[in-house]
Design a binder for this molecule. Structure first.
Ligand code: UD1
Ligand code: MG
Length: 449
């Protein structure tokens, strides 16, 4: 059966004290909205509908950057969660199947939980995700009788007995899309907040003879983010969970608390991550690779057996083949390093292709930028680039070629050739001794005066 995701993301998030809409604040480099959208992917949604309101253009652009097929509907005034869901009606035209309502500011919902909600639909017309709250605070309360959910009462409207209930509403719901749209259209705003509450659909559904039930999740999954301090806590929580998952999956983290992961970091089994490594978005590390201490990686791929760092920086488009080595104070951007390539010390490689087994000497720089255009450096297999070579791109170094240390290479070096471009050395016998004697004599003269 096909499923539609309806993601509520119209709210402003006043307490964030920010010009950025709340759902676009990032956790592990991805907007919170993406975390919610990603969780929903497990249901293989036929449609994804994002309800935007505050800064709708920004929210729409971000949603479509994640999923170009996401449909955006506008809720120009935030009149409540039922009103928000009702805006999805046109986008659901012709859709047959279930709809599931998610919040854009609740990034930690687990995929397993969403699957459980989808399964529970076999037993109930409406499924609500609830949790036992340590401190129920202002959450909506779930009023149940045995297996059945009778209604949801918002805190503001609840009496003392209802406020004593600790089973709370996460906000997530699943129902047949047509039924859901019918129900939200019926919701009124005669309540303490003067809002159209999505939570009212439970009582409305039961009045029609439909059933409602609860799926339970851990409170941590429904953690919402309403302020900067909650965002900071959410980041820590994401990091801890993700580190623990990687460790369970067979990755070695020597000092887990010092490794910072991105929302999409992929690390293979038996890879080793030393302390103080930072992953930006878009990194994949294959099995048996080793990322040494204090390295920073983003938008790159590291193959099996490669060694990176300590103190290396891999930027967007760095692609390291098997058993390649990238050492300290080496920066690599938009470049392919073939199998067994070594660039071990103090080097910048940008916009380059380096063939298998080539060695890049200390201090080598690809001079890839002329102030206007970027140019490529091509190095063949088994080449040897002498220390402190400046490779002025565009330039090609052939298979097995060499460059002399300290060369500025401005033209191609064919296969098997040596390219050398530096001033020829002159050696002046005794000159150093004479010069030093002269300078010392001068200093003595000055000290007298
Ligand atoms: C809601 C629930 C409450 C539940 C709590 C869980 C209702 C009436 N109440 O309350 O039972 O315990 O969530 O966190 O549903 N939004 C819109 N448009 C609107 C209003 C809200 O898009 O007009 C979005 C918000 O951006 C947010 C989500 O819906 O992502 C929830 O809205 P919020 O105002 O936080 O609802 P709560 O009062 O927390
Ligand atoms: Mg809320």
């Amino acid at each position: 059966m096909s499923i539609a995701l309806i993601i509520l993301a119209a709210g402003k998030g006043t307490r964030m004290e920010s010009d950025l809409p709340k759902v676009l604040h990032r956790i592990a480099h991805a907007p919170m909205l993406w975390h919610a959208m990603r969780a929903g992917q497990v249901l293989e949604p036929g449609r994804t509908i994002v309800v935007a309101g505050h800064e709708a253009d920004m929210v729409a652009a971000s949603a479509q950057a994640y999923d170009p097929e996401a449909q955006i509907v506008l809720q120009s005034e935030q009149n409540g969660t039922a009103h928000a869901v009702a805006q999805a009606a046109p986008a659901l035209a012709g859709f047959n199947g279930d709809a599931i309502v998610l919040y854009g500011d609740t990034p930690f919902i687990r995929q397993e939980t969403l699957e459980e909600m989808a399964r529970a639909r076999a037993h109930h017309d409406i499924v609500v995700l609830g949790f036992e709250a340590a401190d129920p605070g202002r959450y909506g309360r779930l009023v149940t009788e045995g297996d059945a959910l009778l209604r949801i009462v918002e805190y503001k409207d609840a009496n003392e007995d209802e406020r004593a209930i600790t089973l709370c509403n996460s906000g997530l719901m699943a129902a047949d899309a047509t039924v859901l749209m019918d129900l939200v259209a019926q919701v009124g705003n005669d309540n303490a907040a003067g809002e159209y509450y999505l939570t009212d659909i439970i009582a409305l559904a039961r009045a029609r003879g439909l059933s409602a039930g609860v799926v339970h999740c851990a409170e941590s999954e429904t953690m919402g983010v309403n302020s900067r301090s909650e965002l900071a806590r959410a980041e820590v929580s994401f990091q801890q969970t993700t580190r623990a998952r990687l460790i369970d999956d067979g990755v070695s983290l020597q000092a887990p608390d010092t490794v910072w992961l991105a929302w999409d970091t992929v690390i293979g089994r038996d890879a080793e991550i030393e302390p103080n490594v930072v992953f930006g978005p878009g990194v994949t590390i294959e099995s048996d690779a080793r990322i040494r201490a204090f390295s920073h990686l983003e938008g790159c791929h590291v193959s099996r057996g490669a060694i990176v760092g300590p103190f290396a920086r891999l930027r967007l488009g760095a692609e390291l083949a098997e058993d390649s080595h990238v050492g300290n104070f080496v920066e690599i951007k938009n470049a392919y390093l073939g199998e067994g390539v070594k660039a071990n010390h103090l080097t910048y490689i940008g916009d380059a292709d380096i063939g298998d087994r080539s060695n890049i000497g200390a201090g080598t720089v690809t001079c890839n930028y002329d102030g206007v255009f970027k140019h490529r450096t091509i190095i063949g297999k088994d080449a040897f680039i002498g220390s402190d070579t400046m490779l002025v791109a565009p330039v090609t170094i052939g298979d097995g070629a060499m460059t002399g240390s300290g060369s500025v290479i401005t033209s191609d070096v064919p296969a098997g050739a040596l390219g050398i471009g530096r001033a020829r050395q002159e050696t002046k016998a005794g000159f150093a001794t004479r010069l030093r004697d002269m300078l010392r004599a001068k200093k003595k003269e000055q000290n007298k005066g």
